[in-house]
Design a protein around this ligand. Structure first.
Ligand SMILES: [Fe+2]
Length: 330
């Protein structure tokens, strides 16, 4: 479990990222140190970003923790429950496109479900906070201030529940620096680097989740490193599924057609002719790459592919080449 938190940019340079953790309230059995990222300028000067990676935890166990230090003060006590040790029924909330505005009802719903132990983890599939829009709409207001406001708003569940993030088009200011800083502890597709979190795979209970990124052309064709990695991950996932180590293979990407997918509602560019932007309803122009990815999803028994970006809820029957199919269900 990784715990990430910020302190103000006035924090002393000798501050050491620290978490105390234990299995009983206020009885912290372990002290774990992490690493800190220096403030940087993106509209305004950011705070320090701290990350503490806690290993050796027991599955299915409730832990209490706090972050901080004796010198600079401690956070309130929070708690989380680790995921199951093996394949068990697993529930998660999947959403994308959540911002500072228009999110009160969604945040309240997630808080309620988390407080009732109805879910095991969360996925935020890109477009995190829309602080970039607020920056430009209210000229002179700091981008990072709005980003902080968003993370404060989700504190009620983000301190309690693992959240997996994927990048979207609203993470672009300052060369996606803020995503790279705050999501630095997402699993890496490159074991030698912590700062390669745009795409990754992880297992939670009986679910293998493969998180993809359509940013910066990272998945624009079959020559990209991410596509080669995706094929390898799908092969591994199917082996694990057939061996009974997992029951489900899920994939997700922020965009409805990058690399592939279906939707009926065009939020952004209904007049676009870009096959990666417009929705795919029937007789659509799938690119050869979109067909190749769709074939891979079928070949390796992907159960559900999730997308976001369109700000609506839709789901389909199993679909192949824009037609409903049944025989390919696994
Ligand atoms: Fe988006």
């Amino acid at each position: 479990m990784a715990i990430s938190y910020q302190t103000p940019n006035t924090t002393s340079d000798d501050y050491v990222a620290t978490a105390q953790i234990g299995t009983a309230p206020a009885k912290y059995e372990r002290v774990v140190h992490g690493f800190s990222m220096q403030p940087y300028q993106c509209g305004v000067l950011s705070g320090y970003q701290h990350h503490v990676n806690i290993t050796g935890l027991q599955g299915g166990t409730k832990y209490f923790y706090r972050v901080g230090s004796d010198v600079y003060g401690w956070s309130p006590q929070y708690h989380f429950t680790t995921g199951p040790s093996g394949p068990q029924n697993t529930s998660f909330i999947f959403y994308g496109d959540m911002g500072v505005e228009y999110s009160d009802a969604s945040i309240k719903l997630i808080e309620d479900m988390v407080s009732k132990d109805e879910v095991d983890f969360l996925v935020h599939n890109g477009d995190i906070s829309y602080a970039d829009n607020l920056y430009y709409d209210r000229n002179g207001t700091g981008y990072l201030d709005w980003m902080d406001t968003f993370y404060d708003n989700i504190r009620g569940f983000a301190t309690t529940m693992p959240i997996m993030f994927a990048p979207g088009n609203h993470e672009w200011p300052c060369d996606m620096a803020e995503y790279k800083r705050r999501q630095a502890m997402m699993p890496s597709h490159d074991a030698g680097s912590w700062n390669s979190s745009n795409w990754y795979a992880h297992t939670f209970g009986q679910i293998r989740m493969i998180s993809l990124s359509g940013e910066n052309g990272e998945l624009q064709d079959n020559t990209t490193p991410q596509f080669k990695w995706l094929k390898q991950q799908l092969r591994i996932a199917l082996v694990d599924k057939e061996a009974g180590r997992i029951s489900w293979i899920f994939t997700h990407s922020h965009y409805m057609r990058q690399p592939t997918g279906y939707c009926t509602y065009d939020y952004g560019q209904p007049s676009s002719t870009d096959p990666t932007e417009i929705c795919c309803v029937e007789n659509c122009n799938q690119t050869s790459f979109q067909k190749e990815v769709e074939d891979l999803f079928v070949q390796y028994h992907v159960d559900v592919h999730f997308t976001s970006h369109e700000h609506v809820y839709e789901r389909t029957y199993p679909v192949y080449r824009y037609k409903k199919v049944w025989g390919l269900m696994s």
